[in-house]
Write a protein that binds this ligand. Structure first.
Ligand code: ADP
Ligand code: ASP
Ligand code: MG
Length: 372
């Protein structure tokens, strides 16, 4: 009797490198070494990169300056020069993709749509940082002899409409579809075994560029990890993992070696910038572990985030302290709500109509305070 063998599933690892992890030649040498090791493990690799550190801030400043009617030429030229200089730092004789993005940049800078207020123009401007860095990386890794190919994230990450989202959120803070997708897996399997793509950017259903929100490259990696059902997603950053507090503010903070998805979610949502708050649910739903690692010290174990290990005992301890700044508090005070029916429903309907997401809520007999 003949048996039909089940084809072995293609095994992927997704590796995301943040801004400081891609902003110097020696970091790229580390990246090449790490990718080679993953290939030796028999894994196909999807690399997701952020813009070089400071570049998204610089692009945002250009967007703000355009809205003030200022001339963008000098600041834009400085940003272009930084990327041209990095082509040299990486030892590349030429970088055709960079030339293409520089001309797109010049075109956008020359003609801000609606005085820079047009959200699709803003999204295209902000997307350039990751288009630059991923193209530099693709040229560099190919030059290092890796079978690496540049991939446009907008082919695979599609924004998902969210009810009551404001126009700003629909262009500049989108969520994407991320259920494991055999079509995506088949399409990627036809490409090179090492793919390098952009964090932070996606496309809407009409193929227009949209943005995942500041810090969103972690979430791009998580989306790719879920789509291809990766073995793991590795978030490579500038600290040794997730700590019990921001290690830059609290030097005595302890490394958290293992967290479950819910614990990591709480830490990320309450202000620990090390992970974008939206990056945990896609990997949790797909059952893909997520690791946080230090690009400069790859031998350190880092933090592993995975499903709760029932055998590991009680999770009931304080894991971390986070801080968040720039929060808007709205405090509503009235005796009119005492024993009223539907008072809170009416209050929250106002936030819904304005597309505002309420975060924390405190309430007393005559006061409701929310944070936005
Ligand atoms: P990347 O550019 O790699 O995405 P980020 O700057 O977004 O890096 O996130 C890493 C930073 O997060 C660290 O440099 C650290 O200052 C900060 N951070 C805040 N809270 C924590 C925490 N609890 N554990 C680790 N890092 C934290
Ligand atoms: N470059 C984007 C930012 O600075 C996305 C990211 O780095 O995660 O917000
Ligand atoms: Mg980040």
């Amino acid at each position: 009797m003949s048996q039909t063998a089940t084809p072995a599933r293609t095994r992927y690892v997704v590796m995301k490198f943040g801004g400081t992890s891609v902003a110097a030649r020696k970091r790229w040498d580390n990246i090449a070494t790490l990718v080679r090791a993953r290939r030796e493990e028999g894994l196909r690799v999807v690399i997701v990169v952020s813009a070089l550190s400071g570049v998204t801030n610089a692009l945002q400043s250009l967007v703000d300056a355009a809205q003030r009617g200022e001339d963008l030429a000098d600041a834009a030229a400085a940003l272009a020069r930084r990327h041209e200089a990095f082509v040299g730092e990486l030892g590349l004789a030429s970088a055709p993709l960079i030339t293409e993005w520089l001309s797109r940049f010049a075109h956008l800078v020359a003609a801000p749509r609606d005085g820079g207020r047009d959200l699709s123009w803003q999204a295209e401007m902000l997307a350039l940082g990751e288009l630059f860095s991923s193209s530099l990386g693709a040229h560099f890794l190919a030059e290092q002899g890796l079978d690496a190919e540049w991939l446009d994230a907008r082919e695979f990450l599609r924004a998902e409409p969210v009810a009551n989202a404001s126009p700003w959120a629909r262009w500049l803070s989108v969520n994407c579809r991320c259920r494991p997708d055999p079509a995506v897996q088949a399409a990627l399997a036809r490409r090179s075994p090492v793919l390098i793509t952009q964090g932070f950017i996606a496309a809407d259903d009409d193929g227009r560029t949209v943005i995942l929100g500041r810090g969103g490259s972690d979430t791009s990696a998580s989306y790719f990890g879920a789509l291809v059902q990766a073995e793991r997603v590795e978030i490579w950053t500038d600290v040794a993992g997730m700590f019990s507090a921001n290690p830059r503010q609290v030097p005595a903070a302890r490394l958290l070696k293992r967290l479950d998805y819910e614990e990591a979610q709480e830490i990320a949502t309450t202000g620990a910038k090390v992970l974008h708050p939206r990056c945990l649910s896609p990997v949790r739903d797909a059952g893909v572990p997520l690791l946080v690692k230090d690009t400069n010290r790859p031998d350190l174990a880092g933090t592993v985030i995975a499903a709760r290990d029932a055998a590991a005992g009680s999770p009931d301890s304080v894991k971390a302290i986070s801080a968040r700044t720039g929060i808007v508090l709205v405090s509503m005070e009235t005796v009119g709500m005492y024993q009223q029916v539907g008072f809170l429903a009416e209050v929250f309907d106002v936030f819904r109509r304005h597309g505002l997401s309420v975060d924390l809520i405190g309430s007393a007999e005559t006061n409701v305070t929310v944070s936005l």
